[in-house]
Design a binder for this molecule. Sequence first.
Ligand code: ATP
Ligand code: MN
Length: 467
Amino acid sequence: MLQNFSSIKSLHSTSPVEQTHTVKGWIKSLRNSKKFSFMVLNDGSSHKDLQIVVDATLENYAAIAALGLHSSVEVTGLVVGSLGKGQSIEMQAKSITIVGTIPEDYPLQKKETSLEFLRENAHLRGRTQLFSAVFRIRHTLSKATHDFFHERGYFYLHTPIITSSDGEGAGEMFRVSTLKPENPPMVSGKVDYSKDYFARETFLNVTGQLEGECYAMALGKIYTFGPTFRAENSNTARHLSEFWMIEPEVAFADLDDVADLGRDYIQFMMKRALEFNRDELEFLAGKNNNPDLIATLEHVASSPFARVTYTEVIDILKKAQAAGHKFEFAAPDWGGDLATEHERYMCEIHFKKPTIVTDYPKEIKAFYMKQNPDGKTVRCMDILVPGVGEIIGGSQREEDYDKLTTRMKEMGLDPAGYWWYTDLRRFGTTPHAGFGLGFERAVMYVTGMTNIRDVIAFPRTPKNAEF
Ligand code: ATP
Ligand code: MN
């Protein structure tokens, strides 16, 4: 039986007219009339469904006609050319086996399909056209990530998920411990982590960068693509507590090299989605009332990004404010961090395209970023994109041992705790640079979905770890 099994995607791409095939899938709609039924079937392999004509003379016709939406069936039938609009083939069923039925209380039968309702049914939402489209695109972008870096000579590095260093102060961390919370060992009034599993405090990683740098100094060009954890206390539409990050790290590279790399990578993902997920993108454009989605992707995939320094951004924001633009948070003075609305103003209103902002004040950036000769700014960049805001954060790293350790001390970090990281600057140091791209933000950008909870299968956010 399996030998003759066809995916709906393969049937659509080969259009094997006048041949008998067996397909297995779920019923998306069923219209019954006296003499036959139109069954719309999908097996998840493609956005396009397969229409099946079910003749009332089939022996189990009564049972089939009574099936609820998302019942699973196996259908053997003849593939024929279709006269119906929007499809080139359909199937005339010869036999149908009912595999799994749907009871009355199936949640997705309800009319209500708000995104909020679907989040509460995250175990089922992948069955909707919307979510299956998003998740097929997510797959495309994931595959595109590996292809992009592999084709450019990068090695995929798996960095640890459990870490004892606090990353960079990139975010609040989740503790990893096997101590009994109700009765932990104590020493002078504090929990004694020397008695914990790793004989020290450990956490889930907020980045793989520091470990990535070690292997960039060995393999030249590496990238990570793994889960990342931040106990963000902000409940926004762009932050998850568990997300996936891609972090390339390149030896003998400077900031311009990785700014170009980030742009090329984003454009490569877009081109792949346009190539492999046209049907999904067209559907999302309609569903999300986003008619320009495809035209915008095509344009951005082949156009230069804007590029400005942080100092120029402050100037532009101040001028916009003086000209009457109302920001919820006033445009910051030089030295202050940019709020999301400021980032979005730059890429959505000022430049109307992805924008690379470089050279932020050192006070608001991590210790490892290379200092500029001005003594005030560091060689870093954020890439901001319309609809999402920051999608990439990166920098050239400080490769000089003395400058790095001096900056660590200035920022209240003990270099001894990072001995293996500072060793990289003692043993064959080189200029190097890298960035982190939040994978879910890339999926948001390409799909036009506006809440990050809707582009990851089972989102983890504050007060939410169901499923
Ligand atoms: P933000 O200012 O948006 O919180 P960040 O400055 O903390 O971002 P980085 O530490 O530079 O971000 O991390 C690199 C990338 O990881 C970001 O550009 C973003 O795309 C992504 N990212 C960061 N935090 C989260 C999160 N909580 N959920 C999803 N993606 C995230
Ligand atoms: Mn953050």
